[in-house]
Design a protein around this ligand. Structure first.
Ligand code: ATP
Ligand code: MG
Length: 440
């Protein structure tokens, strides 16, 4: 994309309404604009990041055997009356009446809808297990929407739902999802730690929240530092092998990790003092097994081996895709701006032309840009160098390819790594090889 013709409205000043770094940087980097309280429009750079995150989430869900569907945002109140949640959900649910006076709602989550669809399709235990997911907008009328897309009212979520014949199979599915989540966050370039979460009236141990550590996180967290090194925890696990998954899960959950609400002082005291870590975290995912709650209340049964009706066991698995955009920034920035992990960056690299209109600079930049116009941002504006450098750091492109008159004369490009600040001088071939690698 050519910056001179793009819709990337960067701001020099900090917007007054933004209280936390990620919100400030998303506004300043031209990623989003607020349209009303807790509701945002995604501009080109923001949308690219959102879609990149969704793409990785999708990839890992597919690898775990989940199948993608797309359900509507608008739901009928009737569905929610069947599970009994229509009255229980409270003011976070946005309730709407259509022209025929029918009660509708903008979905805050989709357990009821997916259970109903499942029931229309699956009739026999032989068709189990099934794991379905979607990536779709949700609406929750939060009392205090804040911190930009971190706690919005309309937000983008991956929500998955599983149906299993029995508890053993449901546990298997749960473990598979936990591994898929770790792999997802690893690929997103962040470390999210799974922590035991409250299972409410259903009980049991199968609920975990995934939190990214950041000082601005809304939850206090306590965890064993062994969980920081997830490479070894998730190493050599075969996602399709039950015994391998069990070993992984047992190891992962043997280390202490809890949010404020679930903190157990006695268990905490048993963690070796040099491994105790306390801090704050941002919830970016939540996995939950809730047994037969919805299949039973909505009377969705399949026929079992002996012909008798059986209520499948369910689980649900959420990832806050739009919240992740902000959470990644909270975990990866410096005083100059965002530092995007390569996997989610809106552009893999920016080409900075230091002297627009100089024949040699323009020619060299065109050659670089032509190699991958979709993956690159070309700063071809008639701005001074300082402004270009500042915007490049602000927007957080992993690589900067800097072309000035002196280098251009010798066919040389200065390459800067945004994260390390390291600079090297490359030939045109060297720079093109880097671009090819980034596109990989
Ligand atoms: P929270 O405790 O932060 O309110 P939740 O427990 O209500 O979240 P879930 O129902 O578990 O959220 O939803 C799954 C995921 O969706 C969460 O882990 C979070 O990442 C994301 N999410 C939930 N509410 C919001 C929101 N208002 N804005 C952005 N993302 C959200
Ligand atoms: Mg939650």
């Amino acid at each position: 994309m050519r910056l001179s013709r793009s819709f990337l409205p960067t701001l020099k000043e900090n917007p007054a309404e933004a209280q936390i770094t990620s919100h400030r940087l998303m506004l300043r980097a031209g990623m989003i604009r607020q349209t009303s309280a807790g509701i945002y429009a995604w501009l080109p750079a923001g949308l690219r990041v959102l879609e990149n995150i969704a793409g990785i989430v999708r990839d890992e869900q597919d690898a775990a055997g989940a199948q993608e569907v797309l359900m509507p945002t608008m739901q009928s109140a009737e569905l929610w009356k069947r599970s009994g949640r229509y009255d229980d959900y409270g003011p976070e649910m946005l309730r709407i009446r259509d022209r025929h006076e029918r009660d509708m709602l903008f979905g805050p989550t989709n357990e009821e809808m997916i259970t109903d669809i499942f029931g229309q399709v699956v009739k026999s235990y032989k068709e189990l297990p099934q794991v379905l997911y979607q990536i779709q907008w949700k609406f929750r009328d939060e009392v205090r929407p804040r911190f930009g897309v971190m706690r919005g009212r309309e937000f983008y979520m991956k929500d998955g739902y599983s149906f299993d014949l029995d508890t053993a199979s449901a546990v298997d599915t749960y473990r598979r999802m936990m591994l898929a989540y770790l792999r997802t966050f690893q690929r997103l370039g962040v470390r999210a730690i799974p922590m035991r979460a409250d299972t409410g009236p259903i009980g049991g141990e199968l609920s975990h929240e995934f939190l990214i550590l950041a000082p601005t996180g809304e939850s206090g967290v306590f965890f064993d530092s062994a969980l920081e090194d997830q490479d070894w925890l998730a190493e050599n696990v075969d996602i399709n092998d039950r015994a391998s998954l069990e070993k992984f899960f047992t190891r992962m959950t043997s280390f202490y990790a809890a949010t404020d609400e679930m903190h157990d002082k006695k268990a905490w005291a048993e963690v070796p003092a040099d491994r105790q870590r306390e801090g704050r975290g941002i919830e970016v995912g939540h996995i939950f097994n809730f047994g037969r709650k919805y299949t039973q209340s909505m009377d969705i049964a399949v026929s079992g081996p002996d012909g008798a009706p059986l209520y499948p066991e369910m689980g649900s698995y959420g990832i806050g895709v739009s919240r992740l955009v902000a959470a990644i920034i909270e975990a990866s920035h410096d005083e100059n701006g965002i530092i995007w992990p390569e996997s989610v960056a809106p552009f893999k690299a920016v080409i900075i032309n230091l002297k627009n209109g100089d024949a040699q600079c323009d020619a060299l930049c065109d050659q670089l840009y032509g190699a991958a116009p979709k993956a690159l941002l070309y700063d071809d504006r008639a701005e001074r160098a300082g402004a270009k450098f500042a915007d490049a750091d602000l927007m957080g492109h992993p690589w900067q390819l800097i072309v000035g008159p002196r280098g251009a004369k010798e066919g040389k490009v200065e390459v800067k790594n945004r994260r390390t600040g390291e600079r090297t001088e490359e030939t045109l071939e060297g720079a093109l090889a880097l671009i090819a690698k980034l596109q990989g």
